[in-house]
Design a protein. Structure first.
Length: 228
């Protein structure tokens, strides 16, 4: 029997720029050449935060997916947004894969990963790289310090608690206010809110990494906002 062969052509993965909104700046076009190079070590991290209309993916939807690549600190966070949830998730997953990311950074990160994964299942979207990506959960670290099992139980508190205490930053909307904005089709306010959440998460991540790796924690993190 004659053997059959196949030629594989690799092409840049493109994301429609109309689906990516960067509050406070120009629309970002995401292509493979713009993705950062992999840092030394086993992980290439991506900060991810989703805003949703509720807790469960089976009866609620994703409003937007905010991301920040720690390897490009000069580039602001941006949001994947589309009223067509399928298109939004599809474009986010294409970016995640093209970027070579293999660890998801967030606060209560499993919520964001599970919601996106459940929606990928619903829309029959393949997402091997995203599904296999490891999790870096700042809430877990602020509860146990180590990213491994540690005996004992301590309340984790919220992103707002820790960002307020360590950075002097706070969330700008309540969930109820988000839903009022969503029902009024004021999607930009929700994306601005998520932009701030991603920023807080990213700065906390950098602060934690600097502390745990004996790195300089000077002017870039500012001084403690208040004395306890």
């Amino acid at each position: 029997m004659e053997e059959s062969t196949a030629n594989i052509t690799y092409e840049p993965a493109m994301v429609d720029e109309s689906l990516i909104i960067n509050p406070g700046g120009a629309i970002s076009q995401i292509t493979v050449p713009m993705v950062s190079t992999a840092p030394p070590g086993p992980y290439k991290d991506l900060v991810v935060n989703v805003e949703t209309t509720g807790v469960e993916p089976y009866d609620k939807r994703i409003i937007c997916i905010g991301v920040k690549d720690p390897e490009t600190p000069e580039i602001e966070p941006y949001n994947f947004f589309d009223l067509d949830e399928y298109a939004m998730i599809n474009n986010f997953l294409a970016y995640f894969t093209a970027g070579g990311f293999n660890r998801i950074v967030g606060y209560n990160t499993i919520f964001d990963k599970r919601f996106i994964f459940a929606k990928a299942l619903y829309y029959r979207l393949t997402c091997k790289e995203f599904a296999l990506a490891e999790i870096y959960d700042i809430m877990d670290i602020m509860t146990k310090v180590l990213s491994i099992y540690t005996p004992g139980t301590i309340k984790g508190y919220t992103l707002d608690n820790w960002a307020g205490f360590l950075l002097g930053m706070n969330k700008t909307m309540t969930f109820e206010q988000q839903m009022i904005a969503y029902n009024a089709q004021d999607y930009q306010s929700i994306m601005d809110y998520n932009f701030n959440n991603v920023n807080m998460t990213w700065i906390l991540y950098e602060l934690v990494e600097a502390c745990r790796n004996n790195m300089y924690m000077g002017e870039s993190f500012g001084t403690p906002p208040i004395s306890p």
